[in-house]
Design a binder for this molecule. Structure first.
Ligand SMILES: NC(=O)C1=CN([C@@H]2O[C@H](COP(=O)(O)OP(=O)(O)OC[C@H]3O[C@@H](n4cnc5c(N)ncnc54)[C@H](O)[C@@H]3O)[C@@H](O)[C@H]2O)C=CC1
Ligand SMILES: O=C(O)C(=O)Cc1ccc(O)cc1
Length: 305
């Protein structure tokens, strides 16, 4: 495979950076990969497991001479990190990020991007509840979407970054940053908040704190506990930085929830049945579109109508 970027720098060495590293090596599309994380423990682990060709003790060293710099840190520190590296970015380099929110990252990063450096924000829609340098794996992005919000960036560099993500296994699309944030508030951010809340509610019921929740949890609640085990710093930053869209969707969510609550109180089975029929159709649409590769028997059994 041809080398797309001779030097790549990963800033932050957690789940997404480590997965990108292994996926880059699998695809064989880059030259040397340098890495930096703020914590020396993380840098030590990275050296121990061979994560990055060279682990540096400063962000500035890691980005010096890099053709592609990927910010893989929590959203709340994107501005600080960019300020720290801005003097070392070489003209013509591409700076991208993987943050789960886009408008706030653009506002935080853009003021520190030197002239001649191409800033192309990105977001792989792929992750797990795990974090840290040991949690990554090369397959994370396979058949997942990666959204770019180029914000007027150079079209040739955008096209190249698209191809790069495709080489890592992703499908790629472009969208406006505000639209991205609204879509993700619906599909990811609010669902995470609901999972956090449901697990908190269960924990508040004292009977349930020890064995009963664990022993008798059905699949739905288990999924909630997996999601609610996600990294607290990352998710704090998501909500602080996608405030308007999340509040908008939460408002709609609570209205629907109240309507369902009233239907239950009033014994309105028709309302409940109609609602659940509508939502089932959405799930089936996702599966038919081939968007859920986690479904058992996916691709083998047709979806029953
Ligand atoms: N975890 C997930 O499922 C997904 C996360 N993202 C986004 O990816 C980004 C990274 O998330 P993860 O890899 O999951 O996090 P993580 O917690 O696994 O890794 C974050 C890394 O950033 C480092 N770091 C923190 N502050 C730093 C600083 N000031 N300077 C240098 N390094 C610093 C940490 O040491 C750690 O190595 C976040 O912006 C998140 O929104 C995007 C898609 C999915
Ligand atoms: O683990 C899960 O269920 C996820 O939803 C992963 C995820 C988390 C955050 C993102 O910005 C994108 C994907």
């Amino acid at each position: 495979m041809t080398v797309m970027y001779n030097r790549v720098a990963l800033i932050g060495l957690g789940l997404i950076a480590s997965s990108m590293f292994w996926a880059m090596k699998r695809a064989d599309v880059v030259g040397e990969v340098t890495g930096y994380a703020r914590s020396s423990d993380t840098r030590d682990v990275a050296r121990e497991i061979g994560l990055c060709d060279r682990v540096c003790d400063s962000a500035a060293d890691a980005v010096a001479g890099a053709d592609l710099i990927i910010l893989c840190v929590p959203i709340g520190v994107m501005a600080d990190v960019t300020r720290e590296i801005s003097g070392m970015l070489k003209p013509g380099a591409v700076l991208t990020d993987v943050g789960s929110v886009k408008r706030a990252v653009i506002n935080a990063v853009e003021p520190h991007v030197p002239d001649g450096v191409h800033f192309i924000p990105g977001h792989p829609l792929a992750g797990t509840e795990q974090s840290g340098p040991r949690s990554g794996f090369a397959e994370l992005f396979d058949n997942r979407w990666c959204l770019l919000t180029p914000n007027g960036a150079d079209a040739t560099e955008v096209k190249k970054l698209r191809t790069f993500w495709q080489e890592l296994g992703s499908n790629v699309d472009e969208m406006d940053a505000d639209h991205h944030d609204l879509v993700l508030a619906v599909t990811s951010h609010t669902p995470h908040l609901i999972a956090y809340t449901m697990v908190g509610v269960a924990d508040d019921l004292s009977r349930v704190t020890d064995t009963e929740v664990v022993n008798f949890s059905a699949a739905g609640f288990r999924d909630f506990t997996r999601i609610a085990a996600s990294d607290p710093t990352m998710w704090r930053d998501v909500f602080l930085n996608n405030k308007d869209a999340t509040l908008e969707i939460l408002g709609r969510f609570t209205e629907e929830l109240f309507a369902l609550q009233r239907a239950i109180r009033q014994g309105d089975g028709e309302h409940l049945h109609d609602y659940f029929t509508r939502t089932r159709a959405i799930r089936r649409g996702i599966i038919e579109a081939g968007q859920d590769t986690d479904v058992p028997n996916f691709g083998r059994n047709p979806v029953r109508k």
